[in-house]
Design a protein around this ligand. Structure first.
Ligand SMILES: [Zn+2]
Length: 339
């Protein structure tokens, strides 16, 4: 049947729209966030358990180590453009385009004028960029026995939407978070622990935040007992310096350098900070601030090869993560004790 407008109704993909089950599935999907790497932020008196995925030393671990770059923290965004729908964040973190890490890329002046540097926010002179250390962690959740006693930890999972707009599917993935914190009030204490142990990759870490104000916030870190996992029927220590274990238990760790670069691109600055510029893809919806503007970049094995990021992302988006096979053998530690 053809409508008066000349559209063939027989060509519609009615299966994707018909019936109550589709309605319910669509409602569920719309409640699930797109696959983005969220920041790990602790509220006052909150405690979390994490496993670091990037090591403290640059020669250690299969992925890149912790990375420190200058960040314009919580910088006020420009006014919401009139044609934008949805939420508009009042502030965003931006990686400073004048940071040393970009030296070889020779970014030009943001305005094209020689009196300007590569960084719009530096030139505007509001809010100095400060050094921030970046690392990825897997969020862990406590495992309790029938009596509610803590007996171990396992990787936390979350549902996300993946795929192109209009063709998404909901998949369950590991809840991997981005830590962006200062050295003196956060990372230096973890480095001290890691130094004793020569790595931060072979134990889980309990992090507790005390206080909420600028001057009374304090973070406490305690390592948790080494965790064993089952590999081919044998119990082995979950030491993520071992690439095979990293690949097996954390197969989709985003590329840390990629996440940093995404927050330093011209497009990112145009989008959030420079008035009169757009920076959005034409069909892109942006409703969530303070997190990655792109899907997570799964790059399990080629952390040092950003050129292959896109290919990997495409490949990973076409595959759903089979959590059963990979995680079923991950067993909680039998006891928790300090190292
Ligand atoms: Zn800057």
């Amino acid at each position: 049947m053809t409508t008066t407008a000349g559209i063939d109704l027989g060509a519609l993909d009615v299966d994707s729209a018909a019936g109550h089950e589709v309605a319910e599935k669509r409602a569920e999907e719309s409640r699930v966030d797109f696959d983005r790497v969220k920041a790990l932020r602790l509220k006052a008196e909150e405690t979390v358990f994490v496993r670091f995925l990037n090591d403290f030393d640059k020669h250690s671990g299969p992925l890149s180590s912790w990375i420190t770059v200058r960040v314009h923290k919580y910088h006020a965004t420009k006014e919401k453009p009139e044609d934008r729908k949805g939420n508009w964040p009042s502030n965003m973190d931006a990686v400073c385009r004048n940071d040393k890490i970009f030296k070889n890329l020779k970014f030009g002046s943001w305005s094209g004028k020689p009196e300007h540097s590569a960084c719009y926010l530096c030139d505007m002179g509001e809010g100095r960029a400060t050094d921030v250390t970046w690392a990825l962690v897997a969020l862990l959740e406590p495992v309790e026995d029938e009596k509610g006693k803590l007996i171990g930890l396992k990787t936390a999972m979350k549902d996300v939407q993946r795929g192109e707009k209009g063709k998404t599917e909901v998949v369950t993935v590991q809840d991997i978070r981005l830590l962006t914190m200062g050295w003196s009030n956060f990372f230096s204490d973890i480095a001290a622990l890691a130094d004793m142990n020569e790595t931060v990759l072979n134990y889980d870490l309990k992090i507790r935040r005390k206080g909420s104000g600028r001057n009374d916030t304090e973070y406490k870190f305690s390592p948790v007992a080494p965790r064993t996992v089952k590999v081919d029927g044998e119990n082995v220590l979950l030491d993520l310096r071992d690439k095979a274990l990293m690949d097996r238990f954390f197969p989709e760790v985003p590329n840390l350098l990629g996440l940093i670069v995404e927050r330093a691109t011209e497009q990112y600055y145009d989008r959030w900070f420079i008035p009169g510029r757009d920076g959005f893809e034409s069909d892109e919806e942006e409703s969530e601030g303070r997190v990655s503007t792109k899907p997570a970049t799964p790059a399990p094995n080629n952390d040092r090869d950003p050129e292959r990021m896109d290919a990997l992302r495409r490949r990973a988006l076409g595959e759903s993560y089979d959590s059963d096979e990979e995680s079923a053998s991950e067993e909680p530690a039998s006891t928790l004790r300090s190292l």
